[in-house]
Design a protein around this ligand. Structure first.
Ligand code: ADP
Length: 195
């Protein structure tokens, strides 16, 4: 299974990625985790990346492709697919990854769009801030990340809907309900066995 999770910050990408990857065996690739790992290495690149992330800005596409492309190629080779969480996040990223996908035979099967009203997203992110202390989970940066989503990422929703591969799921429900719904919707497309 080759899946992209597309959703605003706080919608639950990480939560659903965890059970999806456990059930399907495909590797979970989180663009945010890859970036944070680079920052943790303390490299010069990591220092530049922290600057973008702590402000809630997107990192430049070149850097993102350098980190993500080898991870996706390896995941597909080693696990027979991938679960991409947080990438692509802009139309240029989507178009270029489709091009690479076509060349390498790695085309995505479906894109899961988790939606929730903005106040719900903000409340969840502030809750996570209290638990995990992520530098970009503060009120002003959260507001900016949501604005970046609306401007840069939201156009991908129509793009994938037009391609007929969008699965839109209401994420303002208990996790178990979202999981059951998502499982059914993936099963309808032959991407997952019924649970
Ligand atoms: P969230 O979805 O909660 O914002 P992520 O961990 O997915 O969290 O992303 C954290 C930050 O990493 C983003 O705000 C952005 O700065 C950077 N980032 C993640 N994915 C991408 C991407 N595909 N392109 C550019 N920047 C990205």
């Amino acid at each position: 299974m080759r899946l992209v999770l597309l959703s605003p910050p706080g919608a639950g990408k990480g939560t659903h990625a965890a059970w999806l990857t456990a059930e399907t065996g495909v590797a979970h690739i989180s663009s945010g985790d890859l970036l944070r790992a680079e920052i943790a290495r303390g490299s010069e690149l990591g220092r530049r990346l922290a600057d973008y992330i702590n402000r809630g800005e997107l990192v430049p596409d070149e850097v993102m492709f350098d980190l993500i492309t080898p991870a996706v190629v390896a995941a597909d080779r080693d696990t027979g697919g991938y679960l991409l969480d947080g990438f692509p996040r802009t139309l240029p990223q989507a178009l270029r990854s489709e091009e690479i996908g076509r060349q390498q035979g790695l085309t995505v099967d479906a894109v899961v769009y988790l939606t929730a009203p903005e106040p719900v997203l903000v409340a969840r992110l502030l809750g996570r801030a209290a638990e995990q202390g992520r530098a970009d989970d503060d009120t002003a940066v959260i507001a900016h990340r949501l604005a970046v989503f609306a401007e840069a990422t939201a156009p991908l929703i129509d793009h994938y809907r037009d391609r007929g591969i969008l699965i839109e799921v209401d994420a303002d429900r208990p996790v178990a309900d979202i999981r059951d719904d998502l499982r059914d919707r993936l099963a309808e497309r032959g991407l997952l066995g019924r649970g």
